[in-house]
Design a protein around this ligand. Sequence first.
Ligand code: GDD
Ligand code: MG
Length: 334
Amino acid sequence: MHAVVLVGGFGTRLRPLTLSTPKPLLPIANVRQLEHLIANLGTAGVTEVVLAIGFKPEPFFEAFPEGVCAGIKLHYAVEPEPLDTAGAIAFAARHAGVNETFVVMNGDIMCDVDIAELVKFHKARGAEGTLHLTPVEDPSQYGVVEVNEDGWVQRFVEKPAPGETDSRVINAGTYVLEPSVLDRMPVNQKLSIERVVFPAMVAEGVLAAMPTNDYWIDTGRPDTYLQSNLDLIDGTRSLILSSVGINSVIAPSASITHSVIGENAVIGEGCVVIDSVVLPGATVGKRVRLERSLVMGQVEDDASLTDCVIGEHAVIAVGAELIAQRVPNPDEIK
Ligand code: GDD
Ligand code: MG
């Protein structure tokens, strides 16, 4: 079975981290997010993954030079220009010659859904498409779904306005689709699956959905990206990964609490690191305090960062005290 993984977004909300690394290639507990997703797809019997790449393909080629990720063969489908979700899915599926039931996954989520179950649910109903659904507190930033008792979608509203729907159940970003869905998507045309294709399928009564209550998080914001890292080291999920990456150098007097330290990162004497992620290759000087922060660049001695996001080439000066700042500030970058 094929799967298409959508990796073409700009990762705007995670800047400055995504200025140097596409979001799906950022590590979560020292394993690239894409690798987590593809491992889950592999468990469900997916044998080939097509990466739907909207722009800047080189980091993906470099990350997987053998064209293999989590033991699964990769195809790279690079759109002539970003084609939006449906355009990208169609471009990728045609690129790989998909002609049977296939899976689609947004590349910016982490979840424990049993994809084999989703495929079974889809086939049992004879649906043309089946969505995975998850409940959230605030559905306004998502595709909100109304579903009947038999698992058929009655309504799909992308980013609903206040009061537009009472449902708190959202499209969780994993789909099972029949190849006939591709006929709804013209060749090389920009098209949104959420705003155009799903509502059309709902109108025809051919879109099913399976709600689950297992782990799900959208990793697209600094706070949720941080959370997705911590959830993998503290037993929130069934999988528990090591919080310390290989070849990292942590001074014996540093105190690290509930944090992930990336491969090849350096943490100096007397540092206090709490609820933070120090990304691979980052350098943190002596007596630095980090709390709820994401650090990719360099932090010099005696600095203190709370709720900050520090990009790859940034250098935080000796003794700086920063609260809730992004460096460099993405709003000032053209
Ligand atoms: N290849 C390619 N080309 N990929 C794209 C493009 C494009 O032009 N545009 C977006 N993507 C990818 C993104 O990288 C992401 O993996 C996925 O498509 C969804 O796009 P987002 O921009 O992240 O959408 P969203 O987060 O606002 O909403 C989507 O995800 C929610 C769940 O997290 C929708 O699918 C919602 O319905 C859903 O609830
Ligand atoms: Mg998203």
